[in-house]
Design a protein around this ligand. Structure first.
Ligand SMILES: [Zn+2]
Length: 210
């Protein structure tokens, strides 16, 4: 099977009751069998069910893992894009409360393609990249959105699991909309591919700068 991120060779990694997973020998991406992807309408129905409320303190706490380290890199008045903001945009509000301007884009809820024709001082993607069915194309798009020497802040659960058995028990992979799983090695491959520096904070937030 060809890797969906780097196009190199991947091998069957494991299978659960619902689908098989492949692991790339080059970039270490683990991805769900492309033949097992669910239909877009079913995918959206699952997102509709995520009731992200901007006034939910726990949701804000979760997002602060991304916003706090990112804010230390930014200056007031900078303009960013929250890519894949979902049905209840919240991260944008948290950043705006700290003096930033934030635009929204979401394939299903804020599908204004004009937002993808611009470049920003920072781009955020919280719990988005694990949904990438075509990660080569989607990462290309993410990196194309930032100005030179700007920030791309990504939050996802990293695959830190050493064994197939522990991967098979990982709750994160059971969400049928989660199809791409990144290890630290995959993040490193992405950074090299896009000539970016990066740091990983709070275990699940990657701040790319390029
Ligand atoms: Zn690969």
């Amino acid at each position: 099977m060809q890797c969906t991120l780097c196009s190199e060779h991947s091998e069957l990694y494991c299978a659960d009751r619902k689908r098989s997973y492949y692991r790339c020998l080059t970039c270490d991406l683990v991805f769900a069998d492309p033949d097992s992807l669910i239909a877009e309408a079913d995918e959206k129905a699952i997102y509709d069910f995520h009731e992200n409320d901007p006034y939910d303190e726990r949701y804000r706490q979760f997002l602060s893992q991304l916003s706090e380290p990112l804010l230390t890199k930014l200056k007031k008045g900078m303009r960013g894009l929250d890519f894949g903001c979902g049905p209840g945009p919240t991260l944008n509000l948290m950043l705006e409360e700290q003096g930033m301007q934030v635009e929204l884009y979401d394939l299903y809820y804020y599908p204004d393609k004009a937002k993808l024709q611009q470049r920003y001082d920072f781009v955020t993607a919280s719990e988005v990249v694990e949904h990438f069915a075509h990660p080569a194309r989607s990462w290309q798009q993410l990196f194309s959105l930032i100005k030179p020497a700007s920030w791309l802040a990504v939050m996802t659960s990293l695959n830190e699991l050493k064994t197939t058995a522990s991967f098979k028990n990982w709750n994160y992979k059971n969400d049928p909309t989660h199809v791409s799983f990144y290890s630290r090695q995959t993040i490193n491959w992405l950074a090299e591919r896009y000539q970016a520096d990066y740091e990983i904070v709070n275990g699940r937030v990657i701040l790319f700068r390029c």
